[in-house]
Design a protein around this ligand. Structure first.
Ligand code: BTN
Length: 259
């Protein structure tokens, strides 16, 4: 039996199809193959209790044990009126929706957005977002989200212990996963509407939670590395860096070193 209340998810969120598997290597991979085969209606949710080969940005892996929330939301951008120019904003916007969900769930905690796709809780990563497109279905985007909820990092690999956390590790309690998921999906729906409406509040909300603002950092831009002071995030979702040669706007990159 599914660990999630699928009837409630369908009744209380924008999701029109749920694909649940007890175990799967990657919900993004499953979502992409289902969408490529034309097998489902959208928005569709691909969800599992146990993700064994989660992918992160680039060659990163996403480590998660039982109790984590790992899912992918596949959207028909045309049906939602999301223009291709809006797609680059979706990682940051999803991260914002995760911040807002967490702010409603746990009080008095430092919750930040780390450009372009991470959420930090008390200085440690609690969520990663991976947005992908599908070659055979160019109208669709897949938003993969991993949130560390009831999975404790007590037994995690050494290299993760000091940089990652979960809600249960921070609060000493456990959370009802369907509740967290439904709240998360509702926050995402609300923020998709902000993107479509080109709402001013969207960029203000990114900026209010930006973890990198005022910090000196290095960012790997693929062809070169840029070092400078972060001046926050602009209206298009670009990270603004005051470098030696002047102000630069970064639309993609990996922040490698924060001083
Ligand atoms: C990152 O930190 O670079 C992004 C991590 C994204 C992980 C989620 S978990 C659900 C979905 N399926 C995957 O294989 N990856 C994403």
């Amino acid at each position: 039996m599914a660990a999630f209340d699928i009837d409630r998810i369908l009744a209380e969120t924008m999701v029109r199809h749920v694909e649940y598997r007890p175990e799967v290597p990657s919900t993004n991979d499953l979502a992409i193959s289902l969408a490529s085969a034309n097998a489902i209606t959208f928005p569709s949710l691909t969800i599992t209790d146990r993700q064994t080969g989660g992918r992160g940005r680039g060659s990163n892996r996403w480590w998660a044990t039982d109790g984590a929330l790992t899912f992918s939301l596949t959207l028909d951008t045309q049906a939602l009126q999301l223009e291709p120019r809006d797609w680059p904003k979706m990682s940051l916007t999803t991260g914002l929706a995760v911040c807002e969900m967490l702010e409603g769930l746990i009080a008095d905690r430092r919750i930040h957005l780390k450009w372009p796709n991470d959420v930090y809780l008390e200085g440690r990563k609690v969520c990663g977002v991976l947005v992908e497109t599908i070659a055979q279905r160019p109208r669709l985007i897949v938003i993969g989200i991993g949130i560390n909820v009831n999975n404790s990092f007590a037994g995690a690999p050494q290299e993760l212990l000091s940089i990652a956390t979960s809600l249960t590790d921070m609060t000493d309690r456990s959370f009802e996963l369907t509740e967290v998921l439904i709240s998360q999906l509702q926050h995402i729906e609300r923020r998709i509407a902000s993107v479509v409406a080109n709402s001013e509040d969207l960029a203000e909300s990114w900026r209010a939670r930006c973890m990198l603002e005022g910090r000196t950092l290095s960012i790997d831009l693929g062809t070169r590395r840029l070092t400078g002071v972060c001046h926050g995030i602009d209206d298009e979702g670009a990270l603004i860096i005051q470098a030696e040669g002047g102000i630069e706007r970064c639309f993609a990159g990996v922040v490698s070193q924060i001083l």
